[in-house]
Design a protein around this ligand. Structure first.
Ligand code: GLP
Length: 242
């Protein structure tokens, strides 16, 4: 059973999870973080950056693996998750860019990129703390409904709903890529601690399905129920259907 923590708002949720990351890094300076993109974890990264700065915390050995990446965006596109992770996490927190991996979304070699990513996670000793958001379709990472609960990192097709939800980051909805490469649900479940964040009423149904619904490929977030150490951090609105 997941531990569900209801917080007043996004800032409080961000602070709470940043505190957990700081505790982890103090205990294990070469901790391996699983990094989510999207709007939800931004408060985590802001609070983490502030604590690292204020307490002069040594994060030079911290490693990280992003959850997912678009396939086929031009290298250096500002909305590629490599760039987003650089802008929102690596630079503000002061992480070593060489120690932070993002799945390779370039068309060249994309068919083997998943296997290489899985090998890199294994070689790092696995992910200690995986930060997760959840999409309105119930996706975690970019594992849309129908994804196998045992899946590994691989190329997937985005749903129209997810493309529409992410269109706000692009000049035009047509610019949102059709494909992505994402850690699988099986990959996510191998992390030692999952922290799922969600804020706002638009996430209430996805949160309820993830936390209380039947474990099912039609609600990918429900896979977290298979994990022994899950913390769900939500505001009142996102907890509204629990
Ligand atoms: C995005 C990401 C997910 C994220 C989810 C929710 O497209 N690929 O990792 O958790 O969808 O996004 P947001 O936090 O912006 O609502």
């Amino acid at each position: 059973m997941a531990e569900v923590i209801i917080v007043p708002g996004e800032e409080d949720g961000g602070r709470l999870v940043a505190d957990a990351v700081v505790d982890l890094v103090r205990a294990r300076p070469d901790a391996v973080l699983g990094l989510a993109t999207g709007s939800t974890p931004l408060a985590v990264y802001r609070h983490l950056a502030a604590r690292v700065r204020d307490e002069a915390l040594d994060v030079s050995q911290v490693r990280g693996f992003a959850l997912d990446e678009y396939v086929g965006l031009p290298a250096g596109h500002p909305e590629s998750y490599r760039k987003v992770i650089e802008r929102e996490v690596i630079e503000p927190v002061g992480l070593d860019p060489e120690r932070i991996a993002v799945p390779a979304g370039g068309l060249d070699g994309v068919e083997t990129a998943g296997e290489r990513y899985e090998a890199a996670i294994r070689e790092a000793g696995g992910i200690d703390l995986q930060i997760l958001g959840i999409g309105r379709t119930g996706h975690i990472g970019f594992n849309e409904p129908g994804s196998s609960l045992a899946s590994a990192t691989r190329v997937k097709t985005l749903t129209e709903q997810t493309r529409a939800d992410n269109a706000r980051f692009f000049d035009s909805p047509d610019d949102v890529p059709m494909h992505c490469i994402t850690q699988g649900i099986g990959t996510i479940l191998r992390a030692r601690h999952l922290v799922l964040l969600a804020f706002g009423a638009a996430k209430a149904d996805a949160v309820a399905a993830a936390v209380e619904g039947p474990v099912s490929t039609s609600a990918p977030g429900s896979a977290v129920q298979l994990h022994p150490h899950v913390t769900v951090v939500v505001d009142e609105a996102a907890a509204g259907a629990l």
